[in-house]
Structure formats: structure tokens, C-alpha cells
Design a protein around this ligand. Structure first.
Ligand code: SAM
Length: 219
């Protein structure tokens, strides 16, 4: 899967993408990243990429022209790629979206807006818009990292145990979370591992684990 990231700050990605699972994913050629600096598509001698909003208001917006030319260039590299825009206006990004994007296996072009956002007309070049939560971040880079991480770990050959993704949180309905887990020592400052987990009785362990799975946001 080729993932192309359009950003004014492409230097923020390699630290996250070149570590751990995402490093391994590149190593086994499950994914390749390409960073596109939006500044290269800026207008005039100062390579301007932003301007003030029509109708007034604070801050600056990314202009449609540099964004669209950057998307068009990325499409030349990968014509079938899906264009994704992280935005608070988008639908809530869920594990089921990560699963379907990983399963579809298309390349991705992820736009990372900054400042007060972007000229809405760019959405004519966008396939999917996602919000990663009800809070405002400074730019689209962190949402892009969240989506990339959640998709790439599901690509074939990336996770170690073939079943490990299948038993994780949010697998069935985006709501059910995994049971609590423990490792050595058996007792830590008076806090003991639940006895059933030490029993070696697989059926009882399974029953305990299913009783501890729960629906997110229900206490
Ligand atoms: N003025 C915008 C608003 O009030 O909705 C916020 C702009 S934010 C400072 C800059 C960019 O960061 C957004 O255009 C979007 O691309 C990204 N962003 C911020 N929060 C996000 C979120 N919760 N989900 C997805 N993208 C987000």
C-alpha cells in the first residue's frame, strides 16, 4: 500500500512511521510512505498556500489551488488512491474504517490541513472525510498518523500473531473492548492477579474474559 501524505510539516512523520510496527511494515514492504510538501505547490515568490476567509473571521485557510494541484500530482503516482481528509466535519473514524481501508488495500492520499482549515471546495477532490474525536487539534498530521497506524497494522504480514488483530478491542461492533490483562508478578503491592487466570482452566478463563469484555462508555 502506497500512502502519500500532503503536509506543510512532513518532517513530523518519520519519527512515528520509522519505529516499531510501522517500521516493520515498511521493512516487509507492506507499506510505502511518500511525503508531499504542500509548500512546493504554493503561489508566487513566497510560495503562499493560505489566505484569509471570505466573509471575515480569524485565521487563515489553506487555498484550494495548491491543495488540488498536490492531490493531482499524487494521483499521477497512484491513480486509484483514495483521497482522505481529516476534519472535525467528517464522520467519526472507527476500527471498522481501519479494517475496510486495510482490506480494500487501495493506496491512500491523506491531506493534512493546518491553521483554521481549508477552502471547502477541496472536498470535491476528496473521497472520505474523518474526524478522530470531538476535540480540535492544530493540524491534520496527528489524525493522519492515527489513521495510518490503525490501518497499516492490519495489513497482511504486519502483526506478529495472525490472530492478534482478531481478538482486539472494537473488532465486532466498534464498541466492545478487550478484557483486562495481567503479567508477572502475581502480586504487586497487595494487588493480586485474578485467581482464575492462574488456574490453568481454559473454559473458566474464557468465561471470565467474556464477562469482563464490556461496551465502551458503559460503566
Ligand atoms: N477551524 C477548525 C474548526 O473549528 O473545526 C479547526 C481547524 S484545526 C486547527 C486544523 C486542521 O486540523 C483541521 O482542518 C483538520 O484537518 C485537523 N483537525 C483538527 N482536529 C481534528 C479532528 N478532531 N479530527 C480530524 N482532523 C482534525
Amino acid at each position: 500500500m502506497l500512502i502519500q501524505l500532503i503536509s506543510l510539516f512532513p518532517e513530523v512523520f518519520p519519527g512515528v512511521f520509522n519505529s516499531s510496527m510501522l517500521f516493520k511494515a515498511q521493512d516487509v514492504k507492506a507499506v510505502e510512505f511518500k511525503y508531499i510538501n504542500l509548500r512546493d505547490y504554493g503561489k508566487g515568490p513566497r510560495q503562499q498556500v493560505d489566505d484569509t476567509p471570505y466573509g471575515g473571521g480569524d485565521g487563515m485557510l489553506l487555498m484550494v489551488d495548491p491543495l488540488v494541484r498536490a492531490i493531482e500530482d499524487a494521483k499521477k503516482t497512484d491513480p486509484k488512491a483514495l483521497v482522505i481528509l481529516p476534519t472535525p466535519r467528517g464522520s467519526s473514524y472507527k476500527q471498522s474504517d481501519a479494517k475496510s481501508l486495510a482490506a480494500e488495500g487501495n493506496g491512500l492520499i491523506i491531506i493534512c490541513p493546518r491553521y483554521e482549515g481549508y477552502d471547502e471546495r477541496v472536498t470535491n477532490w476528496v473521497d472520505r472525510q474523518y474526524s478522530i474525536g470531538n476535540y480540535v487539534l492544530t493540524g491534520g498530521e496527528i489524525p493522519a498518523m492515527v489513521m495510518v497506524d490503525s490501518i497499516v497494522r492490519l495489513l497482511p504480514g504486519v502483526l506478529g500473531g495472525e490472530t492478534s488483530a482478531a481478538i482486539e478491542s472494537f473488532q465486532d461492533d466498534d464498541k466492545t473492548i478487550e478484557y483486562p490483562q495481567y503479567t508477572r508478578p502475581e502480586s504487586f503491592r497487595g494487588l493480586d492477579v485474578p485467581e482464575v487466570l492462574l488456574s490453568g482452566h481454559h473454559a473458566q478463563i474464557e468465561a471470565w474474559r467474556s464477562s469482563k469484555r464490556r461496551i465502551k462508555n458503559k460503566t
